[in-house]
Design a binder for this molecule. Structure first.
Ligand code: NI
Length: 173
């Protein structure tokens, strides 16, 4: 497994629509392993392929929070939303591509989704709580959308300027 560098906003690749995964190849399986390792190392609870520069509809997540609980790594490809709850919930979200910035985002509290798994099979499950928020946040990444797109323009611009400055500093020799 290899840690992959995570793209930092602003980056044009984070604004693009990713393409469907056509088949579960060895390359895809290795990418999934790398993405999980990169996510756990960060640490984060979700990571989408465009965040490591791969424009495929694929993300990994593990929202198990309690220390000592068994990890529950999930690899989701070609997700399809089947149902969204009418009731909403608000979480303070962050993103590995927007380090150390957080904002409240309101989303449907539950989501039912269908996707292609690494086993080549179609899976279907309902997600609630933090898992539901994470699923929707990662799905947005596959459509070129970031959590800051839900914030007020002023706040979004402030965060984007901070990130641009951070990237300039990091690029300096
Ligand atoms: Ni994110």
């Amino acid at each position: 497994m290899t840690l992959r560098p995570i793209l930092i906003h602003p980056d044009p690749r984070l604004k693009k629509i990713a393409a469907s995964v056509t088949s579960v190849t060895g390359t895809i399986a290795r990418l999934a392993d790398d993405m999980l390792e990169t996510m756990y190392d960060a640490p984060g609870i979700g990571l989408a392929a465009p965040q490591v520069g791969v424009m495929s509809r694929m993300f990994v997540m593990d929202c198990v929070k309690e220390e000592g609980d068994a990890p529950r790594p999930m690899v989701i490809m070609n997700p399809d939303v089947l149902w969204l709850s009418e009731d909403l919930s608000t979480y303070e979200e962050g993103c590995l591509s927007i380090p150390e910035q957080f904002g409240d985002v309101e989303r449907p509290a539950s989501i039912e989704m269908q996707w292609l798994g690494l086993d080549g099979q179609t899976h279907q499950q309902r997600f609630n709580g933090l898992w539901a928020t994470c699923v929707q946040h990662e799905l947005d990444h596959l459509n070129g959308k970031l959590f800051i797109d839900y914030l007020k323009p002023m706040r979004r611009q402030m965060i984007t300027r901070k990130m641009a400055k951070l990237k300039r500093e990091q690029a300096r020799p």
